[in-house]
Design a protein around this ligand. Sequence first.
Ligand SMILES: [Fe+2]
Length: 581
Amino acid sequence: MATVLGFYYYWTTSNHEGSAIIVKDGKILAAIEEDRITRVKHDGNIPVWNSIKEVMRISGVRPEEIDAVAIPWESPRVKYIKGLTEVLQGKPFKPKRLIMYPYWRLNDMNIRSTLNYFDIHAPIYYVNHHESHAASTLLTSGLEDSTVITLDRSGDRYESVGVWKAQDNEMKKLTIINGCTFGTFFAAATYAVGFKINDGEGKTMGLASYGDYSKTYNKIKDLLKVKGLKIKSKINDGIIKPRIDINDDRLFALYRHLKAEKNNPIIKLTRRYKNEDIAAAAQKLLEDRVKELVKNSIKKTGEARICLSGGVALNMKMNQRVREMPEVEEVYIFPNPGDPGVVVGATMLVCKNLMEQEGREFHNERMKHTYYGTGYKDKDVTKALEEYRLDYQKIKNPEKTAAELINNDKVVGWFQGRLEFGPRALGNRSVLADPRNEKIKDKINKYLKKRDWFMPFAPSILSEAKEEYFENAVEAPFMIMGFDVKKDKLKEIPAVVHVDNTARPQTVDKKVNPSYWKVIKEFEKLSGVPVILNTSFNRHGQPMVRSPQDAALHVVWGCVEYLIMHNCLVDAKVDLSKMRL
Ligand SMILES: [Fe+2]
């Protein structure tokens, strides 16, 4: 047996949620993000104690059964040696890399003492951050031979892009680029158009569909160039610094803004051009340059099947453009491509190595779902509802009841099974609504989401109906790939179609999530439409709900009109369309 505990945390201040996972013989037993438990959004501070405890509890793995611990960062010693080597090679001296050493060592000690607390004494394996991103997508793709590409803002040092040729599950590194590229560029554009870095990149993508890229494309196109597997970049970390804090006093904020403008040439464009035009140009440049890199990578590897990961792969429009390339045969995007998911790669890789040392074969199987988090018993549900003094009734057919409520224009909180691991609610911690009613978006936004007007909602569709609704449809269970909606369906499901006539659907397979599939099927029986609107079950600014208590609290807050949790129905006794803010 090879049982590996993995966890992700951030070295300094947290800007991504931490996470933990248990993998046994190549199978994920449990995985969860720290902030789902602590209820502090993006909580990732060392030592992600809660998520480690939770994956141990869910999996039932005892401390003495853990054979190894995997961490998706290089070890402090390797970081230090590489930093020193760069200095000796004549590269610019980065004092931070050397000064940080004691801090990294301290964190290292924190990790060991945390493991001691859990009575885990297995060896710790540090895995390079980009290699971990790469393994996360390759080893869950079912594609043993493929081209693996990772794209993020920065991993160890300023590593931001990696390309591997995968053969028989072995990754041969072709390049890792140590410099700011796609991720930092898109963060800079995000900052320039007024959104928060590491949070608003999806908004920049959403806004882009409203703009005309041609107005500013030529002004930014030289910021990034691709030649072979090399990227010529005029981007550096200064482009996104300093960040403006809205709490700054006005004069100081002005000073910081002027300084930011000096570093970030995209900000200057905001004086003359609309934000949506700048966002459109940034999105187009990202798509064009990534496509070039994909094309060049295929030439080098000879493999037209692509595995993608890294935070930039959350950009579903870019993913769509890659999938549509004539050179590309298939694209697999790891469902949790940002940093909380990087732990999967490091842990899988360590597990694979242990299995091979034992003379056993690692089976690369396509990930079908992300339901690896906490699950609850019926008695936990009723206890939480009673705790929050919510009246409820037991129902015999929760799926049918949900479909009827959705068909009657109600906004329904839907809580079943185990929590999703990753950024998307995929039918276990979801808020559901009727996709035929465009105005339903206002109801959802009023108390629950408070989304910007240009941000679309996404559909869940019966897998067997995908060809009817989407051009070039393929199985897409993770809401991470864009598709063009067929012309004759645009008016049928307006609440889940973006202004550019695309959508990022979740195809729901009856075998993978029978209960959620049944909700959509029952809705189809009532409406003739095999599609429902699905958004994550969390109030704006909150992490996705995990426990029955979290869901009950959302009813108290008045975020949903009904809650169906296991076989309990709660009428929140609110009509969101009549509520005034
Ligand atoms: Fe990353």
